[in-house]
Write a protein that binds this ligand. Sequence first.
Ligand SMILES: Cc1cc2nc3c(=O)[nH]c(=O)nc-3n(C[C@H](O)[C@H](O)[C@H](O)COP(=O)(O)O)c2cc1C
Length: 307
Amino acid sequence: MRSPDLSFELAGVTFKNPVLTASGCFGYGAEQDGLCDISRLGGICTKGLSLAPRPGNPPPRIRETVAGMLNSIGLENIGIDAFIEEKVPLLTGVDTVVVANLFGVAVEDYARLCARADDCGRIDAVELNISCPNVHEGGVEFGVDPVMAAKVTAAARRSTSKPVIVKLSPNAGDRIVSVARAVEEEGADAVSLINTISGMAVDVRSRRPWIAKTYGGLSGPAIRPIALRMVHLVAGSVKMPLIGIGGISTWEDAAAFVLAGASAVQVGTACFVDPSAPERMASGLAEWVAEQGASSVSELVGALRSE
Ligand SMILES: Cc1cc2nc3c(=O)[nH]c(=O)nc-3n(C[C@H](O)[C@H](O)[C@H](O)COP(=O)(O)O)c2cc1C
C-alpha cells in the first residue's frame, strides 16, 4: 500500500508533513538537534523575534498548572539580526521549513522585520505574533482589534513576498472570526491559532502571584478544547488555510484539529515534556490517514461529520 501524502502547500512553500513546532517551545531550532530529528518535522517556528534583543520579564515567569503551564517569558529573544547571523547558519542542511515568528510594538516594526526576513534565504515564511501590547495605540493587543490586525498584515504583506501567517489571539473571544477575516482581506496566506490564554495562579502562603508579572499565558492540554472550537469557528468563516495550535500532545489531538478544519498543526507545551513528540505525531497521522481510506491528509481537512 502506498503511504499517504502528508504534505501541505502554502503559497509556494511545501511542508513535508503538517506537524510544526510552535514558537517559544523549540528555541531557534538547532538547539533541539539530538533531542529529536528536526528533518522529520513539517517545519519549525522560531522563538518570537523583535528588531532589538529583549531580556524578557523577571522570574518567576513559568508555573506548572493542572494540565498545562502559565508563562510570562516577556518575549525574551536575541533580536532578528543576531538570529540571522548566529542561528540561521546552524539550520543549513536541515531539511525542514523555517518559519520566523515576528513581533513588534508598532505597525512599522512588523514591516521592518518582514523586510529583514525577506532578505534571508533560509527563512521560508513569516508568522506575525499580534498578541503583544501595542504601545502606540494605548496598550491594547493588535490581535484583539480587527482594524489593527489588518494594518499589521498590510504592512507585512508590502514588505515580504514570503508566505505571511498571522497568529491569532484567543483573548479576542469570538471576535477572533472578525480578526481572521480582516487579515485575510489584507493578504494573509494563513492564520495560526491559538496563542496562550491570559491566566493567573496564586501562592497562598506568601500571598503573592506565582508569576512575577502577576498574569501569564496559559498553554497545554488545558486549552485544547477552546483552541479546537476556535479553529472550527474560524474555519467556517475564511478561505485561507488554518494552522491549529493549543495543547496538541498526541497524533489523535492533531487529527482532531485537522477534522475541525486545520491544514497543519503546531506543537508547543508538549515539546517541553518530550521534544520528540511532534515527529511521532507525524507518523501517527500517516497511519490515521491510511486507516481512514484517504490518500492524502488534505482530504480530511474539515471532514468532521455533523450527523
Ligand atoms: C514558554 C512559552 C513561550 C512562548 N513564546 C511565544 C513566542 O515567542 N511567540 C508566540 O507567538 N507564541 C509563543 N508562545 C505560544 C505558543 O507558540 C503556543 O501558541 C501556545 O503555547 C499554545 O500551544 P500549546 O498549548 O501547544 O503550548 C509561547 C508559549 C510558551 C509555553
